[in-house]
Design a protein around this ligand. Sequence first.
Ligand code: APR
Length: 310
Amino acid sequence: MRKKITVVGAGNVGANCAVRIADKELADVVLVDVVEGVPQGKALDLLQSGPVQGYDVNLVGANDYAPTADSDIAIITAGFPRKPGMSRDDLLLANYDVVKTATENVAKYSPNCIIIVVTNPLDVMTQTALWVSKFPKNRVVGMAGVLDSARFRTFIAQALDVSVENVTAVVMGGHGDTMVPLVRLCNVSGIPLTELMDQATIDAIVNRTANGGAEIVKYLKTGSAYYAPSAAAVEMAESILKDKKKVLPCAAYLEGEYGINGLYVGVPVKLGAAGIEKIYEVKLTDEESAKLHKSAAAVQELVDVLKAKM
Ligand code: APR
């Protein structure tokens, strides 16, 4: 039997998730959005791409959640994108209501699914999905680190004129300006980055990575990135559906790991059929650890804002 993925939000990120899922023939897709006609139209358009692209995947659009029943995975992208000058954090209260409603419905119709959250501010929205779904923590994961490290890898590959496939990079922490690209753990086919680049070049790339989302918002003016975010979310979905057990940086609920408790923060995890199957606790230097805690504190601040409103 085919797998089934619900994508909540048929906007830029959601629709591109559907495209990538279909192109990979990963699962049938149900696109859900509040705007009447948009998920239906996009799903039908994508369905009609099947004969050309060569995929046998069913795609339907809906404004309610009944057709999503018994999904294996739900990718939540619904919400408002970041506008120029707006931080991810400004989105907090507006997107809280959206993610809450989406999670309630996803949990009701697909009580056994794994939820991948994409909506920003990412770490807090993932925490919202955990609270609302009441799922075990391994079944609620946030997409941030895969995207942030993809940006980091892209810039490194560009600067060294090597294949992106050879570049391994880890970005930890919250998905925000305080994210922590871990240069020490970065390598090109095993060669440490520090042996390939001078410190000034590394610093410039780290800075560009941390501002990678804002750079695109500045160009697009009316929205935020969606090609790389959808690619990242679908890589996570694929690792789960195929039980590939990829080790990827994702937002995971920490309960003591890295000395952080009761908070979603980006860390390396193993993603398999059970969702987050393992959280890797990498030994950090004092400086790295301080940066991670600073980033976690920024996430905690937003969680506190939400808790005060609830
Ligand atoms: N239920 C379902 N869909 C909703 C809801 C809701 N309650 N509220 C809004 N939406 C839909 C909108 O109608 C829109 O189609 O979510 C979609 C969001 O799409 P875009 O505006 O194109 O935004 P997008 O670029 O896809 O970003 C979505 O992902 O990367 C993050 O920061 C980004 O939080 C943002 C999210």
